[in-house]
Design a protein around this ligand. Structure first.
Ligand code: NAD
Length: 448
């Protein structure tokens, strides 16, 4: 059992803290956001992640997980202090904003009076961990402080199982002590040696970016193939299935849709491009992936307008799902943030529902009428748009929906529905990359 400090209790920090406590460690988690710590101390979990509330409450109850309002409690006696703060894109140049990471490292250094391993879980560009190490050693020259890069690969929506059954744990460090401490921390997971990957600092940092850029590449790739499918009469679902059955490729991240969003892929591709620019090594594939995705998100509003006959002035559009993917309330860079304002600017009024994301979305999107389920949201609508493939939208009563609406456009940007079923309920069906549901050529041209 180790004593662990967790700095940052966001999507990664809170899940990691709860999971490490579940493994038997004693974890003290700290955040500068006093509201979050206040909620956590009252037993409330500030984010939606399946299973997290139960895991947090269980480990708080067992005395293994506590939430601290000051950093001293998280750092005191810790064998390892994890940094899990945000690294958002800088709006000016797309580079990772490292101010939170360096601030956290500085604050940890102020409070360290014993030898300790500082572990960076935040996604940070190459060179950041070495800089953290230098800063810590400069501030505390007499202490044996070690640094390790331990990038996180969890996916929101399945974060707990991703943490508990990881494909791999990457530990980048030059320190034997850090290796031993981290091996001890992850030991209860019972991973085979091949899943524990020990590397240098720079390699660990780059593994995270290279992995995310590769997954983003699969998504932009299948989205472009979907466009081609529509033009040539192929079905992207069949094409993706046929491609994905090849073991060299695999079926994951081959679902065509409205473009990728979320807290990682967009910002991490931008940060990787920035690293590459600085290093004088152009990453042309990653640049194309990012460009294709931006264009795709922008084109989606045009598709919806086209499906409604070329104008949405005075039209009512019901949007089902606003989060960037199901099973999270995370709105960061969600396609809805590009699509909904574009529809509003074109004259549409928006009614919407999301099972978990409405509160977070209301902070970013304005002039939306929110409803507590898909049916209420669809009353009087000219079109329904499925933007996020929540389970709530998989088995909708299509006949009931159709009756509630004033129009008949059903725009399924996640290919959740069988086109024949939708058509049989009296809808005009549109989806992505499927022949039976093609946006007509004229409409596609209008949307382009
Ligand atoms: P987040 O925004 O949800 O949480 C970050 C937290 O850090 C916030 O609660 C913030 O208040 C806190 N914080 C900021 N500065 C602090 C400081 N000095 N001391 C203490 N707390 C501080 O971010 P996240 O989604 O959890 O991401 C964290 C890191 O993990 C990022 O680098 C991200 O790229 C990476 N990552 C995220 C995911 C994901 O799915 N969200 C997956 C893998 C990796």
């Amino acid at each position: 059992m180790k004593k662990i400090g967790m700095v940052g209790t966001g999507y990664v920090g809170l899940v990691t803290a709860a999971c490490l406590a579940e493994l038997g460690h004693r974890v003290v988690a700290y955040d500068t956001d006093r509201r979050k710590i206040g909620l956590l101390r009252k037993g409330e979990v500030p984010i939606f992640e399946p299973g997290l509330a139960t895991l947090v409450s269980r480990n708080v109850g067992l005395g293994r997980l506590t939430f601290a309002a000051n950093l001293d409690d998280a750092v005191a006696d810790a064998d390892a202090v994890f940094i899990a703060v945000g690294t958002p894109s800088r709006p000016t140049d797309g580079e990772a904003d490292l101010s939170f990471v360096y601030e956290a490292a500085g604050e940890i250094a102020e409070r360290l009076f014993h030898s300790c391993v500082v572990v960076c879980k935040s996604t940070v560009p190459v060179g950041t961990n070495r800089e953290i190490l230098q800063r810590l050693r400069l501030r505390r020259p007499t202490l044996a402080i070690e640094v390790a890069s331990n990038p996180e690969f969890l996916r929101e929506g399945s974060a707990i199982s991703d943490f508990m059954q990881p494909d791999r744990v990457v530990i980048g460090t030059e320190s034997e002590v850090a290796k031993q401490v981290l091996a001890g921390i992850y030991h209860p997971l019972g991973l085979t040696a091949s899943k524990m990957l020990y590397t240098g600092l720079e390699s660990a940092e780059l593994i995270k970016y290279a992995a995310n850029a590769f997954l983003a590449t699969k998504l932009s790739y299948i989205n472009e193939i979907a466009d081609l499918c529509e033009r040539v009469g192929a079905n992207v679902s069949d094409v993706a299935a046929g491609v994905g059955l090849d073991k060299r490729i695999g079926p994951n991240f081959l679902q065509a849709g409205p473009g990728f969003g979320g807290s990682c892929f967009p910002k991490d591709t931008r940060a990787l491009l920035s690293t590459a620019r600085d290093a004088g090594v152009p990453l042309q594939i990653v640049a194309a992936v990012a460009g294709v995705n931006e264009q795709r998100k922008a084109a989606m509003a045009g598709r919806i307008v086209a499906a409604l006959g070329g104008s949405v002035v005075d039209k009512v559009v019901t949007v089902l799902g606003v989060t960037f993917k199901p099973n999270t309330d995370d709105m960061r860079e969600a396609p809805s943030l590009a699509i909904i304002p574009a529809l509003q600017a074109a004259g549409a009024s928006i009614r919407a529902h999301d099972p978990e994301g409405m509160e977070a979305a209301a902070r970013h999107l304005t002039a939306i009428a929110w409803f507590d389920d898909a049916y209420h949201a669809s009353v009087g609508a000219d079109a329904i748009v499925i933007l996020t493939e929540w389970d709530d939208y998989v088995g909708l009563d299509l006949a009931r929906l159709k009756q509630l609406m004033r129009g008949r456009a059903f725009i399924d940007l996640r290919n959740v529905y069988n086109p024949d079923l939708v058509a049989a309920a009296g809808f005009e069906h549109f989806s992505v990359g499927r022949p039976a549901s093609l946006v007509s050529e004229a409409a596609q041209d209008a949307a382009a």
